[in-house]
Design a protein around this ligand. Structure first.
Ligand code: FEO
Length: 163
């Protein structure tokens, strides 16, 4: 049985993952408005992935007989300065999520909550990929700068993302 403190922390993480989805959807809309269709596509897939992250926790709560209590999700920003700034924001956001996952994992260790520890291992590993993907795109953008033909090459590359 999960502690009430752990149930509250997991419910809060559901909200953070849904906010991530919301943020990436807002970023996708902005990219589309800038005619960066590849960026929009990449971010829309990210939006779907974040919903999966939230739902895995939601199901874990239900499978453990705990209450899934949905919380209010903040409004994401609608405007972004540039494509480079967009991916600076993605990277910063993923680092924040990593810190939240690590905090949850530390709590599970403190509580000797073995099932939550095992469950969270998937997230610990997933965050390595989340940060690496964002870092790689951010680094390319920093290297080429905005408003260059290379930006459209990256846009084409991002369009190829399948999942
Ligand atoms: Fe669910 Fe991108 O972390």
């Amino acid at each position: 049985m999960l502690s009430s403190k752990m149930v509250a922390a997991l419910n809060s993480q559901v909200k953070h993952e849904l906010y991530s989805a919301y943020l990436y959807l807002a970023m996708s809309a902005w990219s589309d408005s800038q005619n960066l269709k590849g960026f929009a596509h990449w971010l829309r897939i990210q939006y779907i992935e974040e919903q999966d992250h939230a739902m895995k926790i939601f199901d874990f709560l239900l499978d453990n007989g705990a209450a899934a209590a949905l919380q209010a999700i903040d409004q994401p920003p609608a405007d972004f300065k540039s494509a480079t700034q967009l991916f600076e924001d993605v990277l910063a956001h993923e680092k924040k999520v990593t810190a939240l996952i690590h905090q949850l994992y530390a709590q599970a260790i403190d509580e000797k909550d073995y099932r939550t520890q095992i469950f969270l291992q998937w997230y610990v590993t997933e965050q390595i990929e989340e940060e690496a993907d964002a870092q790689s795109i951010r680094d390319k953008l920093v290297a080429i700068g905005d408003k260059s033909t290379a930006l459209f090459w990256i846009d084409k590359e991002l369009k190829k993302r399948e999942g």
